[in-house]
Design a protein around this ligand. Structure first.
Ligand SMILES: [Zn+2]
Length: 136
């Protein structure tokens, strides 16, 4: 499924994401996707299945979107907010958000993952509107 950047302005969900590194070296992110909040500390992808290209954007790179191939299903191991070990399975949008955010923790941005550079588009952004699915 390939959406155009404009399609994201009408999506029926909000995604709010933050990632951070704590003083003791833990890294993680909080992602609210389709009204569910996911907290993952020191996340690691342990299984990937399928592949799907879809448009992504990022608050770290405002004004640009591009088609990024990602695994359509992932299994992620990490810790929850209390430090307990957890395993989370995700598919579709949530799988994409997890991969995008784990890339951030590894210093990789979505533009590094764009295979077909001709899919990169300039889009209008404001502080209130995130142009594509996974946000920072
Ligand atoms: Zn991002």
């Amino acid at each position: 499924m390939n959406r155009t950047p404009e399609d994201y302005l009408d999506l029926p969900y909000t995604i709010r994401i933050t990632h951070d590194r704590s003083d003791d070296g833990c890294e993680g992110f909080v992602a609210e996707v389709e009204e569910r909040v996911h907290v993952l500390v020191d996340p690691e992808i342990v299984k990937m299945e399928g592949e799907e290209a879809d448009t992504e954007g990022c608050l770290s790179i405002p004004g640009l979107t591009g088609a990024v191939p990602r695994a359509s299903r992932v299994v992620v191991k990490g810790k929850n907010r209390r430090g307990r070990g957890i395993t989370v399975e995700a598919e579709g949008l949530l799988a994409r958000v997890f991969q995008h955010e784990i890339d951030h923790l590894d210093g990789v941005l979505f533009l590094d993952r764009v295979v077909d550079r001709s899919t990169i588009r300039e889009v209008a952004t404001t502080a209130e509107v995130e142009p594509a699915a996974p946000a920072e």
